[in-house]
Write a protein that binds this ligand. Sequence first.
Ligand code: SF4
Length: 685
Amino acid sequence: MITHVPTICPYCGTGCSVNLIVNDGKIVGTTPNIRSPVNEGKLCPKGTYCHQFIHSPDRLKKPLVRKGDVFIETDWDTAYHLIAEKFRQYAPEEIGILASARCSNEDNYALMKFARGVLKTNNIDHGARQCHAATMTGLTLSFGMGTMTNSIPDIGESDCIFCLGSNTFEQHPLIGRQIIRAKAKGGRFIYADPRYTTTAIQADLFLQFYSGSDVAVLNCIMGEIIRNGLENREFIASRTREFESLKKVVLQNKYNPREVSQLTGVSRDYLIKAAEWIGKAKSCTVLYAMGLAHHSGGVNNVRAIANLMMLTGNIGRPGTGINALRGQNNVQGACDMGCLPDFFPGYQPVTDSVVHRKISKIWKFPDPIAPPRTGLDISQMFQKAGYKNHGIRAMFLVGENPMISEPDLNTVEHGIRNLDFLVVSDIFFTKTCEYASIVLPAACYAEKEGTVTNTERRVQKLHKAVEPPGIAKPDWQIITDIAGMMGYEEQFSYLSPADIFDEMALLCPGYHGITSAKLSHPDGVLWPCPSVNHKGTAILYEERFSHPDGKGVFCPVEWKTPSELPDSHYPFRLTTGRVIWHWHTGTMTRRSKNLADEVNEAYIEVHPADAASAGVSDGDIVVVRSRKGSLSCRIKTVSDIKEGVVFMPLLFDAALSSLTGKSVPESGTAEYKSVCVTFEPALTG
Ligand code: SF4
C-alpha cells in the first residue's frame, strides 16, 4: 500500500515540508507539501531527492567496536556497557561532546542534558560555531538576542531586499522564491557578493566587492544615508542608544564612496545608489548567510548590518528586519536546545546562579550538575585534545563529522588521534568514524518522530515514515539508554520524543506555549511562544528589543584588513560557498543519485585570465596551496568571478578544512571567505 508521510526536508535551514511516498516499507519518492507556508507546494532539487540516501547499502546497521585496526559488529548492550565504563573513568573537564544541527530538537536536548547532568561538563558545542556563532554574538550585542527577526513569507512583502553574503537561489532556493515575490510587487533587489552568482542574475543593483570588505561597504552606505538626511530620526530617538558613536565612525572620510570604491572594487555610483534605495525604501530587509558570517571578522559584519537596519528604522515591521539564513535544517534548534558551552536551553546562561538552580531543580539529578562555568567550544576541544596529559581525553560526537567540516584540519586531526576514547553516532561510516573507538548506528530524519526549528524560528514536526536499518536507533533513544546504564534512569525516563519536548518546553521560556496540538497544524509555531494562548511570533521587536531597557544598541565597527591578504606567494583570494545540488559535507547528497550525477568532485572556479597566467586550462587538475595546507582538484574557468578571486564549494572530503585556518576568540569562527591561495598545474605521470 502506498502512503504519504509528511515531514521536514533534512537539508537547509528553510525547513520545507515534504511528503515521503512509502511503498511496502520503502521510501520511493517525495511530493512537496502544498499546505506549508514555507514552501507552498514546491521543493528544490535537494528536497525532491531527499529520500535517495535513506536505503543506501552504506547505512550503519549495527554498533561497531574497534579491535586494533578493524571494527567488529556488536550488540547494543555490549556497546552501552563499554561506553558507560569508559565515560566513568574521565573527569568532567576531560570529556568533550559535539551535538548536531542535523539532529532533532529532542536528540539535541537529550545530549545536552546528558553532558551537563550525567558527565557534569559544559564542554558541549556543535557545528554552528562555524556559522551561527557570529550572528548570535553580533545580534545579541545589538538587539539582546541572536535570531532571524522576521518570517520567510514576510521577506516577500519587502519594498527593498538587500542581500549580501548569501547565494540564496542555490543555498536556500525556496527563500529565493520570496525575492521573486517581492520583485513582482515592485520591490527592489540589491545584491552584494564577490561572484556573479545565480542570485546576482536577479539583482536590480549588483555590488561585486572583494571578500572581506563588507564593513567598509556597510559603513559607506550608512555614511551616505546620514549625509543625505535619510536616517529614521524618530526610530533612532525612541528605540535605540549610542547613535552619536555610530555617526562618528561612519562619517569618517575613509568611508566616503570614493575611498570605499578603491578598497572594495564597487563603483562609487553603485554605493551611492544602494544608500539611496535603502534610505528611501518604505521597508527594507537584509538577507545574509555564511558569506557574511564565515569570516574571522564575522561578528563585526553582523553588527554593521544591525546598525544599518536600526539607522533606517527597518526593524519590527512587515518587510523589514535581519534575516540571517541558517545553513543546516536544525541549526536554530540545536542552539535553542543549549548545545553550546555557555547556555542552557533558551539561551539561559550557564553562569547565572538563579538559572542554574532552576534547571537543577527541574532535572532532579541526585548529584550536582555541571558547575556554573562556561565550557570549551568546538575548536578549543580539539586544541585541548592535542595536549597529551591535561586536555580532552574522551569525546562523544553525535551526527558531526569534524574531519570534513571543521577548519584547520591539522589541529582537528592531531586532537582526534590523541584521544583515548572516541564515540561517534551517525547514519554513515564517515571520515571521522575511522578514528573512533565505538561507532553507533543512528536513525535518519525519516525514521524518527520529533521536531526541528528552521531558520525563521518555526518549530515543525518530523514524522516517522519507515523503520531504521538493522538495529539502528534514534539518537535520543541511544543517549537515554546510555544515561540509564550510567545510573540515571529516573532522569532519562523518556518513552518518546514528546516526553522530551514537554520537559524542554518547561525550562525553555520561548517554547513554553508550544504544544503537540499546535504543532499538528502545517504552519508549525514560530517562537517566542511564551504561553499556551499565544500564537507564536512572526516579527520580533515590534515594540522593544530584548535588552533590559528595551533599546537597540548601535555598535559602531571599523573595517579591518582580513586576517589574510594576497601577496606574491599567495596572490588569489579564495571564497567558499555552496552549490544547489549538495549539502555540507555531502554525506547524504553524494549518496543521492540524481544529485551526485550533477556534481560529484571537488573543483576550483577561476577567471580565465588567471588560469591563463598560471598556464592551466578548464578541466586541468591543479594543486591549490594556502598558508595552511594544500589539495588537488579540477579547475573550472568562469568569467563571472573577479580576476584575483577564486571559489570552491564547501564539500568534498576535507577539501577546505586543509586550506583554512584557526578560529578567532570572539565567536570561535574561522576565516573561510578570504583565505589566500595559489594554484599550479598538478604533476602527472
Ligand atoms: Fe530542502 Fe532547503 Fe531545498 Fe527547501 S530549500 S527543499 S529545505 S534544501
